[in-house]
Write a protein that binds this ligand. Structure first.
Ligand code: GLP
Length: 260
């Protein structure tokens, strides 16, 4: 796990966008895993900027979303499908048909989950998966207690997550109770995980993920078992890491050609 502590959201966005750009430029059919939430938004803005100003193309890319609410009407502005279209995929040249998300509106949600895992597999797997982290240590919508081997399936949100996400809705009562989310086992099959976390509110979850035991209590801690993880943090999100100085030292002495 590589821990990168940077002094601004812009530098974090730029480092993550560099990794995405590298995949886009080196793969014939790059497969990106996209996360929602506010943490990846500066990364998406930077990708859109590079597309608009530098001609970075996503025309041959495919994209898979991490998760989706269950029960929101099709086209609801806060459905993750709509959020990602607004913030990224609708602003670049990726064909709409190349963007997939879990079908939270399916009659048989369990079958939709299985189909989604099959679709990711059929696309050759995810080359680079962007991730945020919930304040309770969830990734995608794998709440504490999630099986570390789980596949895409229905989950029930914790009250903390519903409260955290209430800011996107008129009222907390409007936040769905259920979601269809990639499982931890699904996410762990992506070839490179790039997790972005900023702000003091994430410090505890980040410390548990990076330096705590691998445990269902902090689902993000499963990433300790992944061979290629980059964790991009600002100072506030890194503030509870015991080995922060060592992570800074390692990054400062990293060979320039290595990338994330
Ligand atoms: N399902 C998403 C996660 O993928 C995201 O990581 C988390 C944190 O969001 P934010 O970055 O807004 O704090 O929110 C939601 O729960």
């Amino acid at each position: 796990m590589e821990i990168v502590i940077l002094d601004s959201t812009e530098r974090i966005a730029s480092a993550a966008a560099d990794a995405v750009e590298q995949v886009l430029r080196t793969h014939e059919t790059p497969v990106l895993g996209l996360a929602t939430g506010s943490s990846p938004l500066p990364v998406y803005r930077e990708i859109v900027r590079r597309h608009t100003e530098d001609g970075l193309s996503l025309a041959h890319a495919r994209a898979f979303l991490l998760d989706e609410y269950v029960g929101l009407p099709h086209g609801h502005p806060e459905s993750y499908r709509e959020v990602i279209r607004r913030e990224l995929t609708g602003l670049v040249d990726i064909p709409a048909a190349s963007v997939q998300g879990p079908d939270g509106g399916a009659d048989d949600v369990a079958a939709a989950g299985r189909r989604y895992d099959e679709a990711i597999h059929a696309a050759g797997g995810v080359d680079l998966q962007l991730l945020g982290i919930g304040s309770d240590g969830h990734i995608a919508f794998n709440e504490p207690g999630s099986s570390l081997a789980s596949r895409t399936r229905l989950k029930t949100l914790t009250e903390q997550t519903r409260q955290d996400n209430a800011r996107f809705f008129d009222h907390v009562d409007d936040v769905p109770y259920h979601v269809l989310t990639q499982g931890l086992g699904t996410i762990m099959e992506a070839r490179h995980l790039v997790l972005v976390a900023t702000g003091e509110g994430k410090a505890e979850a980040v410390a548990a993920m990076v330096e705590g035991p691998v445990s269902q209590v902090c689902p993000a801690s499963v990433t300790q078992m992944h061979p290629h993880v980059s964790v991009l943090l600002d100072e506030a999100a890194a503030s509870r890491l015991r080995l922060a100085d060592y992570y800074r030292h390692t990054y400062a002495h990293k060979p320039a050609w290595q990338g994330l």
